[in-house]
Design a protein around this ligand. Structure first.
Ligand SMILES: *[C@@H]1O[C@H](CO)[C@@H](O)[C@H](O)[C@H]1NC(C)=O
Ligand SMILES: *[C@@H]1O[C@H](CO)[C@@H](O)[C@H](O)[C@H]1NC(C)=O
Ligand SMILES: *[C@@H]1O[C@H](CO)[C@@H](O)[C@H](O)[C@H]1NC(C)=O
Length: 343
């Protein structure tokens, strides 16, 4: 029988094309650290003019790099567009399709890849060339394995144990410190609240605050008074509603102590322009006693005044009760929000 020399039809034409690719992520797997190994074969028809149609796409592996022997792992073909796999273990998932008008691909993913997943991988794209010749495009990539050996694992675990111990020790110190802080805080709060109750009369709660009137005052100095109120979490009383004015006035009437009780408002900066000490906002409530305010630049602090039936007046901001002045006894009033009265 005569052998007809094959020219086109019998030659299996194998070519490497940049447009037929294999993409491997990662190229180095670390056992047992690497979670996924993904191998993607892909081919875009627009980038492969030498190919007139793709029939099938196969992914192959060779465990050896020298003298590789490739065996098929998975393939997809145009006949039924089904994916065939060849004795893959269950940690593999494969998806893919052939699309002769777009992109064809085959993707194999392994979870927790072990060292037998290293080696060469090859994508083989089989079709027919523009001359009607069988044409196979291939693309090959490699995966190497880096095994975390027993000794280095042991070292890592020892280091980990060391650092957990160090962490635990630090945590214990911090924990002790926090407990001490808590104890000291509680003790501070209870001392503050005892000192406050020893030094002040207090009201019931009004609109979220309590008001504190000193039991005794030697020197009225408004900046000290403000600082004292702050010590207990408050400030000099700021009267900003008529209801608040009457609540406070009733308290002062019932105590009937001192002649002057200074609040947290002043006209220090501009005579006759009354503002709150803290936020410098204009005063909202004026319940002046008859003929008050009347002392001009001498008296720039607002007060409740016994001589005015506990309505408001202007008063000095500094006053020495123990020196013979005008015979008045000065005091002040704190307002402490209950949110800060765990004191
Ligand atoms: C094939 O590719 C074309 C062009 O990208 C696209 O419009 C079409 O939806 C694809 N077909 C399939 C089955 O993915
Ligand atoms: C762990 O701690 C031990 C003792 O403190 C020390 O000798 C050793 O070098 C440490 N190991 C590592 C890996 O840090
Ligand atoms: C109650 O307190 C709020 C917030 O400080 C204040 O805006 C409001 O005027 C107060 N109401 C009365 C009746 O004092």
């Amino acid at each position: 029988m005569r052998t007809i020399p094959c020219v086109f039809l019998c030659v299996l034409y194998v070519a490497v094309s940049w447009a037929a690719t294999i993409d491997i992520k990662p190229n180095v797997i670390t056992v047992p650290v690497t979670r996924n190994l993904e191998i993607v074969c892909s081919l875009k028809r627009v980038n492969t003019p030498e190919l007139s149609a793709l029939f099938s796409l196969t992914l192959l592996q060779s465990n050896t790099m020298d003298e590789p022997k490739f065996t098929s792992l998975a393939s997809v073909n145009t006949l039924d567009n089904k994916i065939s796999t060849f004795s893959l273990d269950e940690s593999a998932t494969v998806v893919g399709l052939i699309n002769n008008s777009g992109e064809s691909f085959l993707r194999l993913t392994w979870t927790n890849p072990m060292s037998e997943k290293s080696g060469l991988y090859r994508c083989s794209f089989n079709g027919v060339g523009v001359l009607g010749n069988p044409l196979t495009l291939t693309s090959t990539g490699a995966v190497v394995v880096s095994v975390t050996d027993h000794d280095s694992l042991t070292d890592k675990m020892t280091a980990f144990e060391n650092s957990s111990k160090a962490l635990k020790a630090k945590f214990d110190i911090l924990s002790d410190y926090t407990n001490n802080l808590h104890t000291n805080y509680n003790s501070l709060i209870s001392r503050l609240s005892r000192s406050r109750d020893a030094a002040f009369y207090s009201t019931s709660s009004f609109n979220g605050s309590r008001y504190y009137l000193p039991r005794d005052v030697d020197v009225l100095q408004v900046t000290w008074a403000q600082a004292t109120c702050e010590l207990y979490g408050g400030h000099l009383a700021e009267i900003d509603s008529n209801e608040e004015f009457h609540f406070v006035r009733n308290f002062l009437v019932s105590k009937h102590l001192f002649d002057v009780v200074v609040t947290g408002a002043n006209d220090e900066e501009k005579e006759g322009t009354w503002i709150y000490n803290r936020n410098k906002a204009p005063l909202k409530v004026f319940n002046w006693a008859t003929t008050e305010p009347n002392s001009g630049r001498l008296a720039n602090c607002q007060c409740f005044w016994k001589g005015g039936n506990w309505y408001m007046a202007d008063a000095r901001c500094v006053y020495f009760n123990n020196k013979p002045n005008d015979g008045y006894v000065y005091s002040y009033l704190c307002e402490v929000p209950e949110s800060s009265t765990d004191v």
